[in-house]
Design a protein around this ligand. Structure first.
Ligand SMILES: [Zn+2]
Ligand SMILES: [Zn+2]
Length: 157
């Protein structure tokens, strides 16, 4: 079994300088186990985990800020749980008015923030309503046409 000898040579004082982190030092995609890394390698891995967690938290904060900026609830059904909400491209994401703005992901939320949360062409929807509008052209919440089951029920009468 391979072991890192540098840690032994340098002694314990070096190791205690390690950054304290509550995050697991081993991620599934890490090739080398944490214990086999040099003290410097261990320091980098712990800080990387901290850095990633920090940027995740920051991205989440920006997404929540955008959701608040767009009214905090689904325009269609009134859903207010932020995890269920998304900002919809009212004119369809391919419309030229959205040129230059990333379409999805946290880059999208950061871009909206940089643009001062433009009102035109954006609306807040929940994923359900957003999906229904995307797939069927309208949301069942606002359906003008009965769905197939309702038609079948009518014909059976
Ligand atoms: Zn909704
Ligand atoms: Zn709806």
């Amino acid at each position: 079994m391979p072991s890192y000898s540098g840690a032994r040579k340098r002694g314990r004082s070096q190791r205690s300088a390690r950054v304290v982190s509550t995050l697991p030092p081993q991620l599934p995609n890490d090739r080398k186990s944490f214990d086999l890394l040099s003290p410097r390698g261990q320091w980098h891995r712990l800080n990387r985990a901290r850095g990633r967690a920090a940027s995740r938290a920051q991205n989440q904060r920006v997404r929540r800020e955008a959701i608040e900026a767009y009214g905090g609830k689904c325009k269609c059904c009134g859903e207010t749980e932020w995890q269920f909400l998304t900002i919809d491209h009212e004119k369809g994401a391919n419309h030229p008015m959205y040129a230059g703005i990333p379409r999805t992901g946290h880059e999208f939320y950061w871009a909206l923030r940089n643009e001062g949360y433009p009102r035109k062409g954006f609306r807040l929807l929940c994923w359900n309503c957003n999906n229904a509008i995307g797939h069927y052209g309208s949301c069942p919440h606002k359906a003008k046409v009965p769905d197939d089951a309702a038609v079948v029920a009518l014909l059976k009468r």
